[in-house]
Ligand binder design. Structure first.
Ligand code: C5P
Length: 297
């Protein structure tokens, strides 16, 4: 069984006050883009994982691996002991703010559901996914969707066209938990009350009509200031993208990947080339969205 799963960028990430369970209530507008990991599941006695491809040396293959945890959670849900050898072909940056780990968990759920002949409906997989991580349910469905709660309660959004993006990959990752903690620290320092997150209506309209210019000027990420504080070298990368005509430039999720919205596919290719040629990014990848979530191929 081979499942292909996309990366995501958050076109709006509004972070509410810190909750008692250590999470934050969000308005999180997810958008799946055409950078993919593949998860292959083969019959086996026990559950194991192997990671190949880019950055594979940065992914743990022990019990903390999210794909192993996903397969175990699925077997537990089915009430039986199952085995699977999982092989992940990685293309999504590790700890990059693009939901790479969540993608692998979603891929493992879909692949093992098929391998083990469980036939569980997507609703069951979504529930298991939400327990594994806030972004895992979105990786299952893909497309464009608004996430509330921790980000795991989703409603899908129809979009009026394809958007073209460039992603500037950074050296080394950022821990999501530490970026949220830095966000809390910055907020505590100002003493201001944190407002309840609200969906941006202009952003919704831009997505619905497929208006890249309007989408570009409405991109927002409440974690950006925290990510820039932890990785100040990202600020000139964002500036360079804007100077090369990006319609919008933001840190992707908790970073450190930077996302640039381009006018069209040609502009995305040119922008990616300019970012690497000028040294503003060591690697820049063009992609488009929305694309579908975890799918058997
Ligand atoms: O859900 P997930 O395990 O991906 O979250 C990783 C960390 O990110 C959490 O432990 C928490 O510190 C932070 N987080 C948060 N609020 C959210 C989602 C994640 O504070 N809505």
């Amino acid at each position: 069984m081979t499942v292909r799963v996309p990366a995501k960028v958050n076109v709006q990430l509004s972070v509410g006050p810190l909750r008692e369970d250590g999470y934050h209530d969000l308005v999180n507008v997810f958008h799946a883009v055409s950078i993919f990991d593949e998860v292959v599941a083969k019959e086996s006695e026990s559950i194991t994982v192997q990671v190949d491809g880019k950055w594979s040396d940065q992914v743990p293959v022990d019990d903390t691996n999210l794909a192993i945890r996903a397969a175990r959670a699925l077997a537990k849900h089915a009430g039986r002991t199952y085995g699977a050898d999982l092989v992940i072909q990685k293309d999504i940056p590790v700890a990059g703010g693009m939901a790479g780990g969540s993608a692998d968990a979603a891929g493992a759920l879909v692949a093992c559901n098929e391998l083990w002949g469980l036939g569980l409906p997507i609703e069951d997989l979504m529930e298991i996914a939400g327990d594994l991580g806030s972004d895992v349910p979105f990786s299952l469905i893909g497309g464009t969707a608004v996430g509330t709660g921790r980000g795991e309660q989703l409603s899908e959004l129809p979009t009026g066209g394809t958007f073209h993006w460039v992603f500037a990959l950074a050296n080394g990752g950022l821990s999501t938990a530490s970026v949220y903690a830095e966000c809390d620290r910055l907020r505590a320092a100002t003493g201001a009350q944190v407002p309840w997150p609200q969906l941006n209506d202009s952003l919704m309209e831009a997505l619905g009509t497929g208006d890249a210019y309007a989408l570009g000027s409405n991109l927002s990420n409440d974690l950006q200031a925290a990510a820039l504080n932890l990785r100040p070298e990202l600020a000139p990368t964002l500036d360079a993208g804007r100077q090369h005509g990006a319609l919008g430039a933001i840190v992707s999720g908790s970073g450190p990947t930077c996302a640039f919205l381009a006018i069209d596919a040609t502009h995305a290719r040119d922008l990616a080339q300019s970012l690497t040629a000028t040294g503003a990014a060591h690697t820049a990848v063009a992609a488009h969205g929305p694309v579908q979530g975890a799918v058997l191929i």
